[in-house]
Design a protein around this ligand. Sequence first.
Ligand code: ADP
Length: 211
Amino acid sequence: MRSWMKSFLTLRFENVSRLNMTNLVLFGPPGSGKGTQAAFLIEKYNLVHISTGDLFRYEMGNNTPLGLEAKAFMAKGELVPDSITIGMLRNKVEKHPDANGFIFDGFPRTIPQAEALDALLQSMGTEVAGLIALEVDEEEIVGRILKRGQTSGRADDNDEATVRKRIAVYKSETAPVFDYYAKMGKSMNINGLGSIDEIAGRLSDAVDSLL
Ligand code: ADP
């Protein structure tokens, strides 16, 4: 095959495959069950799971400069600055150029993070397919997180004031991300109460409606 023809076909193929990526934002307050449900969704739809909370905990566990920088913010229930978080996320996405798609869990948590994610995906010829929010009321999530804190070893799960601070940050800085994608017709709400299987069923219906 002539080389120009080959590069044309390769280019076409790459564009098609990337446009076919399914990129989901799994959204909701702390303790709403995003991590649990992400594990189910990555299996079912063969996606790569990126949890910024898990990435930060990994860095902290290894005492890397990034982990040490993030630690103080996390312990107080505050967000790690966007400049740090966005760079870390970009590195992780770029490690999976052949993914079928991504599930973003705990990201984007601010409007600048959402804008950075859109720009990154656009540079790859793809986009966010949809944002699915798990709806759970505040008293339920406080109870769930404090219970998780008894076994998770997460300092930020053990103290009620820190948990409430995370919820307040969610309301002020993160909830606007729902509206940001809603303006593009991409945001959906799912009832986050019920058994893990019931919620997984609702999520599957939501994802299927995007495919
Ligand atoms: P949860 O959803 O239970 O709050 P996460 O594991 O998603 O737990 O996040 C834990 C902490 O990590 C957050 O409180 C915050 O300090 C930090 N963090 C995680 N993701 C982000 C993000 N996208 N931007 C800024 N900080 C983040």
